[in-house]
Design a protein around this ligand. Structure first.
Ligand SMILES: [Zn+2]
Ligand SMILES: [Zn+2]
Length: 123
């Protein structure tokens, strides 16, 4: 599975078993992405990133990686997790993935409803 930012300066390749992505409706994800952020992760394997990524510490436990040229939101990582999440929107071509659910729905925007049958979690 390969991915890239909007301008192409950052690319990545995920090799291994990809976990099903979740769509996050929290305030931080909505601020950074402009709407809703969905990301997948590797249950095992390696994520090789090429190009310059700028990291923003968005909380005392998590960092968000983005392309410094075009601003694409690409990565999210928690200090206690061994993996780096990558945005589903940055994956090139068909993903073969399905959302496992929606999280932090209590913080979602008031301008949309969540469609679909995937499970929803308020926190
Ligand atoms: Zn870029
Ligand atoms: Zn979030």
């Amino acid at each position: 599975m390969k991915g890239s930012c909007l301008c192409g300066a950052v690319t990545y390749e995920a090799r291994g078993k990809v976990g099903a992505p979740a769509a996050c409706h929290c305030t931080q994800c909505r601020k950074q992405s402009g709407h809703v952020w969905a990301s997948a992760y590797l249950e095992d394997g390696t994520l090789d990133i090429a190009g310059e990524v700028r990291w923003f510490r968005s909380s005392d436990k998590a960092r968000r990686g983005f392309c410094p040229t075009c601003g694409s939101a690409l990565f999210w990582t928690h200090d206690d997790d061994p993996f780096t999440c990558f945005s589903t929107g940055s994956i090139d071509g068909p993903t073969g993935l399905r959302l496992r659910g929606h999280i932090h729905t209590a913080a979602k925007g008031d301008y949309y409803d969540i469609a679909g049958t995937e499970p929803q979690r308020e926190d």
